[in-house]
Design a protein around this ligand. Structure first.
Ligand SMILES: [Zn+2]
Length: 147
């Protein structure tokens, strides 16, 4: 049993704890690191799972990246892609909707692309989610070349 982040061996009790908490195998150091990030940002568990799946796929993601205005759940900085995991999308209010639109405007102005993914999509279709994000990265990369 090795840590999904650093590949170091993980003792069974830590492995169990991290699996119960995030569904991912992490060593004590990385479990504490993720715990701190989650505590500071209210990061959804699906963001942690997607982050590690993207990392495994070689996408070089960053967890809770500060974009200058707010913390983004997952960022792929080399193609300026921000990924937000939506946990309360079905309860969206009109204030939230206009705030999202304004946020999207700022992102686009700064050359960022923001993708919002409902948490259930990560939960039930993790592989397909990763595949689609890799496709988005590919698309952004070829667009960047043109500029
Ligand atoms: Zn580790």
């Amino acid at each position: 049993m090795t840590c999904k982040d650093c590949n170091k061996g993980v003792p069974p009790e830590i492995a169990q704890l991290s699996k119960d908490r995030y569904g991912i195998l992490l060593c004590k150091r990385h479990l504490e690191l993720v715990d701190r990030i989650v505590e500071e940002n209210q990061t959804p568990i699906e963001a942690i799972q997607l982050f590690y799946a993207l990392k495994e796929a070689g996408a070089n993601p960053m967890l809770e990246w500060w974009d200058g205005h707010k913390s983004v759940d997952i960022a792929i900085s080399r193609v300026k892609l921000n990924i937000e995991i939506e946990t309360d999308y079905h309860l969206i209010t009109h204030e939230q909707a206009i705030n999202d639109l304004e946020e999207a405007m700022h992102s686009f102005k700064n050359g960022f692309t923001t993708v919002r993914i409902p948490h259930v999509v990560v939960k039930y279709y993790l592989d397909a989610t990763v595949k689609n994000i890799l496709g988005i990265i590919q698309g952004l990369k070829s667009n960047l070349k043109v500029i």
